[in-house]
Design a protein around this ligand. Structure first.
Ligand code: FAD
Length: 287
């Protein structure tokens, strides 16, 4: 099923997972999928390293198992920077063979040690190419605080409009800790004529090191309230975990009250955290 059909009918709840590094990744994925299934997610998306095709194969296998073995709709992430057009044609063929209809089409982060192929300079070019070569539902990323490489949020929203016009069906935001960024981004998007559903990406950050890494990589800001939590509980793993979960729940409650189209939970394969959050918001999703 294309996730567009789900977004049309309800507020969507989805999870993002990554291919486990361990050798017995199949049993780990089975365990993750069965734990998440209890919360009837609308879809699970599976990330893919921007490095190339090897990781992509694992992504497709996992997404296929989520859909066909566990009965949950799946989305395959496809970063294009290091792929040639013929690689993408091959991947689209594989997706068709696996009955996968949903792609999160991305540029991918640029690794200075592995220069991009240059055939897909931006996600928009990949999206046009996919649209011209198959009938897929396309999701894409967006950045409430602006993408780190963008000179300004205005330039970023112009580029986002180009991307959406290339054929995006839904947007999913990068994580953010201050909902006000999301609300003003949603307004800017509407003014720019971007009318596709926008799911809010929420990451329950449950340890101090994770927060520091995320802030460094994604350039997201931490509100005062979050800094106080880090200050108070950062060195107490259990308290920090519980505070991180509570903070994410608080964000989600507010987003739902503000009519968000969907919540996309970056769970980093941690089903305990996902369960705690889903239990807390269960009655709100239907309300
Ligand atoms: P783009 O939309 O191409 O934007 C990249 C930059 O180029 C932006 O600064 C934009 O303003 C600018 N730009 C865009 N179009 C133009 C244009 N026409 N002219 C000039 N400038 C332009 N990475 C992975 O490697 N694997 C994953 O699985 C993965 N999953 C993700 C899931 C989500 C929901 C999100 C939000 C991000 C994910 N990422 C993933 C990270 C993503 O690849 C990076 O954030 C990357 O730096 C940008 O990707 P993009 O698709 O948003 O790029």
């Amino acid at each position: 099923m294309k996730v567009a059909d789900i977004f049309r009918s309800k507020r969507v709840i989805s999870f993002e997972i990554y291919p486990p590094k361990r050798v017995d990744s199949e049993s780990e994925i089975n365990c993750i999928a069965e734990n998440l299934k209890k919360f009837s997610p609308d879809f699970i998306s599976v990330t893919c390293g921007a490095g190339g095709k090897g990781d992509g194969n694992k992504t497709i296998e996992i997404a296929s198992a989520i859909k066909h073995v566990h009965g949950i709709e799946s989305v395959v992430h496809l970063p294009g920077a290091n792929l040639a057009k013929r690689d993408v044609l091959g991947i689209l063929g594989e997706l068709r063979d696996h009955g996968i209809e949903n792609i999160m089409a991305l540029r991918g982060d640029i690794d200075p040690g592995n220069p991009p192929k240059g055939e897909f300079r931006y996600a928009s070019e990949l999206i046009s190419f996919i649209k011209g070569n198959g009938d897929f539902n396309i999701l894409a990323g967006c950045y409430p605080e602006g993408h780190v490489e963008s000179a300004s949020i205005i330039e970023d929203i112009r580029n986002l409009k180009i991307k959406v016009d290339a054929g995006v069906d839904q947007l999913v935001t990068q994580l953010f800790f201050d909902n006000e960024y999301f609300y003003s981004f949603r307004e800017r998007a509407a003014i720019a004529g971007i009318n596709v559903p926008i799911a809010a990406g929420i990451m329950p950050v449950v340890n101090k090191k994770q927060v520091e890494r995320i802030v460094r990589l994604c350039g997201v800001s931490l509100p005062k309230k979050y800094l106080s939590i880090l200050d108070r509980y950062g060195d107490n793993p259990v308290a920090m975990r519980d505070a991180g979960i509570a903070y994410a729940v608080d964000q989600i409650v507010d987003l739902i009250a503000h009519g968000v189209d969907g919540i996309h939970l970056y769970i980093l394969n941690n089903t305990y955290v996902a369960s705690r959050i889903c239990e807390a918001i269960d009655s709100l999703l239907a309300a």
